[in-house]
Design a protein around this ligand. Structure first.
Ligand code: AMP
Length: 582
């Protein structure tokens, strides 16, 4: 079926708010979202609202562990169950419906945005969710990248050669920062991405609520901190006040009968707001610095700083950012609430072959936000695809089994920035069996990682000596939360020195073991033996060397955590043998 005439839509699948965009009448239309679509997420299956909504849905909702709602569907004759938070399929179905009503036509394809720190399984889940909602995913892109597309389309005419752009995206619950280049041909290249999964407007509201809880205590000698209803009413007023002081210098909060019949009234200044939230603002600036350092760019090389997300309306955020960039004017031309959907809509038009010349010229190079690798002996992570690598990408590496006569290996696929596997996230594991029985070092396994344009990883492994075995595995559905991912990155920074020392020692141990194995293979080689015989080597000499090498290998196997001095002694011993054999 041809879908070229059916418009593809762009969906901002947000954490607090979702939005849909489509190319129509030679421009992008942002279609109003008439309902809170997060009705299921975070609710119990037995919840009245869920029970009522269920009647309207075409899929079955069942209660999972802890009464968490799960969606049950049949796809290709296979029963599948999805957890609501992970897949958001009803959100996508709703977005599709909104677009179809607006356009008066069927919609079958979409570009969907996901947070930059979504891991592989979360992306796969989102893709599955779209499938359940009846949408083919043309591409999944990161939210800041979508914002950059919106910006680039506006700006392209002014670009002379290449320009470097930093997108600062601070929303309600999350913070993303990305560095990109845009060129006058329409190529947008993401260079680095970073941020904080647990930082946004809601944190600022919480600080205000805490401040007023203390004020209430001081003024009325009453504690409202255990009263959910009072706290809820206070929170709503705080959020409102926060918005007001983005333009005014002070505001008042008035709540009738807040607690125990007491009316609450207080003034709140912009200065107080900044004081209670400064620690968060500084965190944002630190993330910007880290992102620049990751891409080895100085702040002077950034031509434009683009603001996205409702919380970038806070004057102090703008002031600190401007200060960081030595007074550079910040770009607020694009609507922060709609930029992500707008960018997704443009890419949807581009990929489905609609839109004007500028839209069609657009080309996007995105990156992978976390390193991917294989778990090796001694808890060492061998990175195949480093963080911030452009996607799609394919990388291969050769590994050897750790023991002699090992006929199967388990390939462990990790994601994260720690050099120790245990500090990273195990995405998947699978077994490669039927390896030829041989000495260690003689069997080679080629592991291949491939990430597609949607950021989805596929891993395969093949024994190359005989070429007889291969195994392919797509990573499992074990999702990480954004908080877990950020914690992993923070831990990676914290444990960097400790990890590096561990890595260095483990690498030295592995190198020496490989060295010994190579010597063993060499001394067993008939031609080498013949050559040595001619130089006066006796059978007894060979036996002595064989034994020395076997003992060295045994010692290394039995002492996986020796210190550098001990390794050095063993290395000298093996080097002496290597000299004899050379
Ligand atoms: P987003 O997720 O991009 O829609 O951003 C939503 C967040 O932006 C919420 O925490 C809002 O409270 C916050 N926000 C929206 N407008 C303003 C404003 N004028 N000043 C401060 N924060 C705002």
């Amino acid at each position: 079926m041809s879908t070229s005439r059916v418009p593809a839509i762009g969906i901002d699948l947000g954490t607090t708010y979702s939005c849909v965009a489509v190319w129509q009448h030679n421009r992008i239309e942002i279609i109003a979202n008439d309902q809170d679509v997060k009705r299921l997420i975070g609710r119990k299956a037995s919840d009245k609202i869920v029970q009522e909504d269920m009647k309207l849905w075409s899929f079955k909702v069942i209660a999972g562990t802890d009464d968490k709602p799960k969606i049950a569907v049949t796809y290709k004759n296979e029963a599948k169950e999805f957890v609501a938070e992970e897949i958001s399929s009803m959100v996508l179905a709703k977005m599709k419906g909104i677009a179809e009503t607006f356009l008066g036509t069927r919609v079958e394809q979409a570009v969907i945005t996901v947070p930059a720190y979504f891991n592989d399984s979360q992306r796969q889940s989102t893709k599955d969710a779209a499938m359940v909602a009846g949408l083919e995913v043309l591409r999944m892109i990161h939210e800041p990248t979508a914002a950059a597309i919106a910006y680039a389309l506006d700006k392209r005419a002014d670009v002379d050669g290449k320009m470097n752009v930093l997108v600062f995206d601070l929303g309600g619950g999350t913070f993303d920062v990305s560095v990109l280049t845009i060129d006058d041909e329409g190529v947008i290249e993401v260079k680095a991405t970073g941020g904080d999964t647990h930082l946004g407007g809601e944190d600022f509201d919480n600080r205000m609520v805490n401040y007023f809880v203390n004020e209430f205590k001081r003024k009325h000698n009453a504690d409202i901190s255990k009263n959910q209803k009072a706290l809820g009413r206070l929170r709503v007023q705080c959020e409102r006040a926060k918005r007001t002081i983005s333009t005014a210098f002070q505001t008042t909060i008035d709540i009738d009968c807040l607690f125990d019949g007491i009316d609450f009234s207080a003034t709140f200044t912009r200065a107080k707001f900044e004081e209670v939230n400064m620690v968060f603002f500084k965190k944002c600036m630190d993330a910007v610095k880290t992102c620049l350092a990751d891409v080895k760019m100085s702040k002077d090389s950034i031509d434009e700083v683009v603001l996205v997300g409702g919380s970038t309306r806070i004057p102090k955020i703008q002031e600190l950012l401007q200060e960081l960039f030595d007074g550079k004017l910040l770009c607020q031309q694009i609507n922060p609430d709609e930029a992500v959907a707008y960018g997704a809509g443009i890419l949807a038009a581009n990929l489905s072959g609609v839109g004007d010349e500028t839209v069609q010229a657009l080309a996007l190079i995105d990156i992978t936000p976390l390193s991917l690798g294989v778990g090796c002996e001694k808890d060492v992570m061998a990175v195949l695809i480093p963080k911030n690598s452009p996607i799609p990408i394919k990388k291969e590496k050769t590994f050897c089994p750790a023991y002699d006569n090992q006929t199967s290996v388990t390939i462990l696929v990790y994601q994260g920035e720690r050099s120790k596997c245990t500090g990273n996230h195990l995405l998947s594991q699978f077994r490669l069996s039927g390896l030829p029985s041989a000495l260690r070092g003689e069997v080679k396994i080629n592991v291949c990682f491939e990430i597609d344009a949607n950021g989805i990883l596929q891993v395969s492994a093949k024994e190359t000596t005989k070429g007889s075995n291969s195994a392919i595995k797509i990573t499992n559905n074990d999702s990480l939360t954004r908080e877990e991912i950020m914690k992993m990155i923070e831990d990676a920074e914290r444990y960097k020195l400790e990890d590096e020392a561990h890595m260095e020692k483990e690498r030295a141990h592995t190198d020496l073991t490989n060295h010994a194995c190579k010597l063993r293979t060499k001394i067993k080689d008939y031609k080498v033996r013949m050559k040595l015989r001619k130089t006066g080597f006796s059978v007894k000499d060979f036996e002595a060397i064989d034994q020395q090498i076997e003992e060295a290998i045994k010692w290394l196997d039995e002492h996986p955590h020796v210190n550098f001095d001990e390794l050095e002694d063993k290395e000298l011993e093996l080097n002496a043998i290597a000299d004899l054999l050379s």
